[in-house]
Design a protein around this ligand. Structure first.
Ligand code: AMP
Length: 672
């Protein structure tokens, strides 16, 4: 369907062309033709990111009389940020019309807003508190309002605006159209619909209360004391993260943000204790991607509609399941994919099950990455950064003879080792002694519901009579337990009962099946396609040499057996850098190599690590297999020793001496 077919007038269509909107989103397709008509009460159940603003905004500006001086349209929304965003969007839809849009919200001078209204406003976009204030001061008349839009109605009610909304709606004319948008439909929202609407058309995008399908929900079970350390690892494992961390209280928000910032992460808090000016500044930095991680309370992050957020991290679960819907809905907007990561303690499994049930979605159990996995990701990031570095031929030329003379006695491989080690050694040291942060969910909470995609105790052997397979694709390729099951069953003709546990990891996966089907599976599933990716599988050997490795680390554990197929590239190589620079566009690295300054480290040995992984799948091997010469130096990660910590900080310049390693890359601008 096209926008032309929806019945919008040519001026609006022209603006849409200018905006580059090519086709309506599903909610727009359903809502717009109806809302363009007369007498149109409407309930839209849709999350942010579905295009709901245009779903009401386009018919609104389309229907408003040109040059109207008194408000004909009234949009009410929960927060100042959303208010400004909606006003901006409406303006962009009406560039070819004479519609005057005025935004009114708290926290700024009311007199200026009163003047703006007096000058003539055909559409008011308002937060409830400020609008009530204006009504009480008789600074605004809603007598001519024909369209009232309640956006994020559930949020407004959550925030305690029930009385204000009732009072505002009572001030508007009896005969009007009410369009209500809400992500969820609690009883209070249903009451508003019942009280103020006549036989509204109801459109739900997805099920009611259902989560956006582009969001991967992943939970990690950790001990209470390890929450913070686990968050750092998740950030470190996702160097290109553009993320939002949710905490329950202002204190916790402040403390997590402060600790992260102290440790050099590009993170800041957003909570109600900040002044409006401070909040604006933080939001602005985050919006511009100068800030990589925003740590926020639920209330402060309401209305935070920013595209391209890659991860939402739930430092802990919200008390209210609906808040989880809102939190996770901050990622995967406008058709993009995103991950909502949840940290739970060993007794909170039941909460995950409750959210799954209410949202009709499935969570995957994730494993908090270990030191080696993080080292690998960051090392590959560094290597890619080196490869991608802009070479200023002219400027560097005059130093080249001296540089070449210095390196004269070193082979290419040695030079690479030295360069990489200037960053990597400190990093390895930092992660030395880092243990496994994954805990086991308590049995009583599990209700025996462990099934596909969920946990088994880490370190378990493959179940007797079963063969365990390694699969070359993972979550990052859009794979989920159901998808893998379908893939196996479609390729082999087996039924789901023949397939045992499934572990979907970030870039690879495992599954088990009865031994008798192993040959068939190997033959048929190998080479099958999943969403454009060719899948290869291998039988993994059972756990070598005891130890307490996790099932999630199975790739490493079984490394020797499938060696080069271990997707090193996916995890940290080309794929990663693509993610950053193309999708998100926030790799503002400023052209500096992150291992610029620290020359004094350069003589240190790169061979210091103790290689523990049985010599298999080095990233160098993997890269080579993938036809990627990046690691041809073979500077094998000598098996990063473990240690706790994080390093994804602004790191362009090396501080040297300090115990914390700087980031291998500099994905974001320096903190201001
Ligand atoms: P919303 O759900 O209103 O917050 O919109 C999410 C994002 O999708 C915003 O950045 C919109 O500008 C964008 N958007 C909305 N409708 C369309 C469309 N039909 N085509 C392309 N982008 C759209």
């Amino acid at each position: 369907m096209t926008f032309e077919e929806l019945g919008l007038k040519s001026e609006v269509l022209k603006s849409l062309k200018e905006l580059g909107f090519e086709a309506p989103t599903p909610i727009q397709e359903k809502a717009i033709p109806y809302l363009l008509g007369k007498d149109s009460d409407f309930v839209g159940l849709a999350q942010t990111g579905t295009g709901k603003t245009a779903a009401f905004g386009l018919p609104l500006v389309n229907n408003i009389e040109n040059h109207a001086k008194t408000p004909q349209g009234l949009v009410i929304c929960p927060t100042r940020e959303l208010c400004l965003q909606i006003a901006k969007d409406l303006e962009s839809y009406s560039t070819n019309l004479k519609v005057n849009i005025v935004a009114v919200y708290g926290g700024t001078d009311i007199r200026k807003q009163m003047t703006d209204i007096k000058r003539g406003a055909s559409v008011i976009v308002a937060t409830p508190g400020r609008l009530m204030d204006l009504i009480n001061r008789r600074a605004i008349s809603l007598a001519d309002v024909e369209y009232v839009i309640l956006d994020e109605a559930d949020e407004m009610l959550n925030m305690g605006f029930k009385e204000d909304i009732d009072a505002i709606l009572d001030t508007t004319p009896e005969k009007k159209n009410v369009w209500l948008f809400s992500a969820t439909m609690p009883a209070e929202v249903a009451r508003i619909a019942k009280t103020y609407m006549n036989d509204p058309m109801e459109v739900a995008i997805g099920h009611k209360n259902q989560s956006n399908e582009n969001i991967d929900h992943i939970y990690y079970v950790v001990k209470e004391k390890d929450r913070y350390a686990a968050v750092k690892r998740l950030i470190d494992f996702n160097p290109e993260i553009y993320g939002l961390i949710f905490c329950r209280t202002r204190q916790e928000t402040g403390s997590v943000a402060e600790k992260l910032a102290k440790e050099g992460y590009n993170a800041e808090p957003l909570h109600g204790d900040l002044s409006q000016v401070q909040r604006d500044r933080v939001m602005d930095r985050f919006r511009k991607k100068d800030l990589q991680i925003l740590v926020a309370t639920d209330v402060a992050a309401r209305g935070l509609d920013i595209d391209n957020i890659t991860h939402v991290i739930n430092y802990n679960l919200p008390d209210d399941i609906e808040n989880y819907t809102h939190r996770s809905g901050r990622t995967a907007r406008a058709g993009k994919k995103g991950e909502s990561l949840v940290l739970i303690n060993t007794r909170e499994n039941g909460k995950i099950r409750a959210i799954e049930k209410q949202m009709r979605t499935t969570f995957t159990l994730g494993t908090v990455p270990n030191a080696e996995e993080i080292c690998e990701i960051q090392l590959l990031k560094l290597i890619n950064k080196v490869i991608d570095a802009d070479i200023r031929e002219k400027e560097i030329q005059k130093f080249m003879p001296t540089i070449m003379a210095k390196f004269e006695d070193l082979s290419k491989e040695e030079v690479i080792k030295h360069f990489v080690s200037t960053e990597f050694n400190r990093f390895i040291e930092y992660y030395e002694r880092a243990g496994d942060l994954n805990a086991t969910a308590s049995k009583s909470e599990d209700n025996g519901s462990e099934d596909r995609g969920r946990r088994r105790d880490r370190g378990d052997e493959t179940e007797t009579g079963k063969t365990r397979f390694f699969v070359s694709i993972g979550r990052r390729d859009g794979l989920n337990p159901g998808g893998l099951l379908r893939l196996i069953c479609d390729a082999t003709g087996l039924t789901s009962g023949n397939v045992g546990r499934i572990d979907i990891m970030t870039s690879y996966s495992f599954f088990e099946a009865d031994n008798e089907f192993a040959d068939n599976i190997l033959k048929k599933v190998n080479g099958a396609e999943y969403e454009g990716n060719q899948v290869s599988i291998e039988v993994t050997k059972s756990k070598p040499g005891g130890g307490s490795q996790r099932s999630g680390g199975g790739g490493r554990r079984d490394g020797g057996s499938f060696g080069g197929k271990f997707q090193g590239n996916r995890d940290g190589g080309a794929r990663r850098s693509e993610g950053g620079s193309r999708d998100g566009g926030f790799r503002k690295e400023g052209g500096q190599s992150s291992f610029g300054g620290n020359r004094r480290d350069s003589g240190s040995s790169s061979g210091s690590g103790n290689r523990r992984d049985g010599g298999g799948s080095s990233y160098a091997d993997r890269s080579r297999r993938d036809g990627d010469q990046r690691s041809e130096g073979g500077s094998r990660s000598e098996g990063a020793p473990r240690r706790e910590g994080g390093f994804n900080r602004e790191g362009g310049s090396n501080s040297g001496g300090g115990s914390r390693p700087r980031s291998f890359g500099k994905p974001f601008n320096k903190k201001s």
